[in-house]
Design a protein around this ligand. Sequence first.
Ligand SMILES: *[C@@H]1O[C@H](CO)[C@@H](O)[C@H](O)[C@H]1NC(C)=O
Ligand SMILES: *[C@@H]1O[C@H](CO)[C@@H](O)[C@H](O)[C@H]1NC(C)=O
Ligand SMILES: *[C@@H]1O[C@H](CO)[C@@H](O)[C@H](O)[C@H]1NC(C)=O
Ligand SMILES: *[C@@H]1O[C@H](CO)[C@@H](O)[C@H](O)[C@H]1NC(C)=O
Ligand SMILES: *[C@@H]1O[C@H](CO)[C@@H](O)[C@H](O)[C@H]1NC(C)=O
Ligand SMILES: *[C@@H]1O[C@H](CO)[C@@H](O)[C@H](O)[C@H]1NC(C)=O
Ligand SMILES: *[C@@H]1O[C@H](CO)[C@@H](O)[C@H](O)[C@H]1NC(C)=O
Length: 617
Amino acid sequence: MFASIGFLALVVSSTLGLDITQIQGPAWQSPFVGQTVTNVSGIVTAKASNGFYIQGAPSGDIRASTGLFVFSTSTTVLGAINVADHISLAGKVVEFRSSTSPDDLSATEMQSPTNIVVLSSNNSVAPLILGVDRSPPTQQLSALDVGPDGFLSVPNNQSRIDSTNATLQPDKFGLDFWSSLEGQLVTVKNPVAINFENRFGEFWIHGDWPVTGKNDRGGITMTFGPHGLPDANPEVVIVGSPLDGTKNPKVAVGKTFQDVTGVIQYQFGFYYILPLTAPTVVSSPDPTIPPTTLAFSGDSCVITIGDYNVENLTPTGATHLNTVAGHIANSLLTPDVMFVQEIQDNSGATDDGVVSANVTLSNLSNAIAKAGNTTTTYSFVEVVPVNDQDGGQPGGNIRPAYLYHSDRIKLVSGSPAGGPLDATEPIIGSDGKVSLTFNPGRIDPTNLAWDSSRKPLVAAWETSSGARFFTINVQLVSKLDSSSTQGNSRPPVNAGVEQRTSQVQVIAAFVKSLLDLDPHANIILAGDFNEYVQTRSVFSSFDGLLSELDEISGIDPVERYTYVFDQNTEQLDHIFVSSAIAKRGTEVEHIHVNNWASTLSARTSDHDPSVARLKVC
Ligand SMILES: *[C@@H]1O[C@H](CO)[C@@H](O)[C@H](O)[C@H]1NC(C)=O
Ligand SMILES: *[C@@H]1O[C@H](CO)[C@@H](O)[C@H](O)[C@H]1NC(C)=O
Ligand SMILES: *[C@@H]1O[C@H](CO)[C@@H](O)[C@H](O)[C@H]1NC(C)=O
Ligand SMILES: *[C@@H]1O[C@H](CO)[C@@H](O)[C@H](O)[C@H]1NC(C)=O
Ligand SMILES: *[C@@H]1O[C@H](CO)[C@@H](O)[C@H](O)[C@H]1NC(C)=O
Ligand SMILES: *[C@@H]1O[C@H](CO)[C@@H](O)[C@H](O)[C@H]1NC(C)=O
Ligand SMILES: *[C@@H]1O[C@H](CO)[C@@H](O)[C@H](O)[C@H]1NC(C)=O
């Protein structure tokens, strides 16, 4: 009856007759790590190219998973077992890391399986139905994310999950929840994609269970939770490569799928569901993306502004340039002033000493006119940076710039344009009005806060009716090299957070000096802050000086987004205004020309643009 596949274990330290739940244990690490265990039994739930999954009976302790991955690439081993076989085996318990990154958590697995005995075949294992049998918590990832901003608290990287090895709290914390299902067979009912696929064809989903932060498109937005802490969106999981070798479909935010069954596994920094086979698409969201409703009103006291990180725009990439131009002409409806970021120099990402971007900007301006079927082109203004000093793609010299309608607004005259190292300052001009020493100019460009980063571009403007307003266009230092939100370091490493905090302080000091001269000054600060407002520590120096436009315009918190990264739909691009503008009433819209793209390759920039309509008199 029993089909033994004859390996004889040379057992040094061994333990007999363990349940899988005992091997998994209630904590992050197995109590049996490093030990050889014998006579472990379970039903094979899935086979992979590098091993198989077995599942035993539950123990009554939800912290201890009933599933276990058995690593083996031996064709003899893999050939001797079938899905649904009840087997017993021996092997070594290992805490395995899928990468050399110290930030990866380990996953409990069995290695070097021996004494595999097939006890019976054609058994069935009922998958745990997520949303029915158990549901993930919706707010926090880990008990170790302590601090005033939860998982976004500073300082971060204060403790590590594996060295703490606490017992799991799966009802409270997302990482604990997914860890308690490690190796176990689960079903996700009615999955919805919440991002595009990554370069490995993996994609994030949520299923039919309570979620918070869900936006109209189907993504899960980063918001504040009910206790005032940032909501880390732990209630989602990433779909890995199907175990049967089939390929995942191409996805987009809001696509839906037939139920997915697979095993939970930690790898490459995240908790995955490895589906038994490729998910089947049920529906795709409407591909039409309506233009802004915030068009030019004809009132000279009301200005429209647009803000768009155009992602490494060069003068030669015609497809990219024309698509961006089409967005500005036909989706943003050519606002009076466009704040653009990531304008590359005239030679693009070639490190040849070229720094001016006048060809890039003039090509963009011409392409916008063409896309809008008009002969009226935008004027543009930049401060040409010092070569290779502002970070970004090597040789590209990315910078913020303005496009503006010179028939509706003009730069305040009387001050020279600043050079890259000139710090512009607010002054009272001969007409008694506040102006700038350099117009346009940069804020404190030699301050260390701007090291290898874009310096803010400030300008003073006047409308045709003589109303004056100031703009500050920023792209703060990036989050590149941050750690996984589901990684070992807690709170997760938020790369660049100290520098971004300093940059905001320098901008706040400039805004304050302007408001000291004129408390009623119209100030608009916009751009790519590379940070969410939920990281309150970064933005705290704006308190009392500027208001965030989404908030004062009453945008639903789940619709406040311009970006999607891993599991989170989030807002990296913000507009802040001074109280003179805030008190007159404001309007803002995020136009999701990129995050609502029907495929990843149809996306032109990783950021969505925004449009605002503001009263400056
Ligand atoms: C982790 O904690 C569990 C439960 O307290 C304990 O049994 C196990 O030995 C610990 N593992 C390590 C590697 O410290
Ligand atoms: C192995 O475990 C089974 C139950 O799973 C038990 O019936 C059997 O006696 C055990 N064998 C040994 C050698 O302990
Ligand atoms: C398992 O079921 C399949 C069909 O579902 C059958 O062909 C096979 O004989 C069964 N095997 C055993 C050992 O019962
Ligand atoms: C996080 O902390 C660990 C020490 O616990 C250190 O080795 C690592 O370099 C830190 N990572 C970052 C990005 O600061
Ligand atoms: C940009 O303008 C230059 C001339 O100034 C032209 O040679 C080039 O083809 C233009 N690029 C695009 C993409 O239109
Ligand atoms: C760019 O600037 C250079 C140097 O001032 C000038 O010769 C050239 O005509 C400008 N090109 C465009 C398209 O504005
Ligand atoms: C511009 O003209 C093209 C071709 O005639 C047309 O398809 C497009 O809708 C027009 N766009 C605008 C903004 O008028």
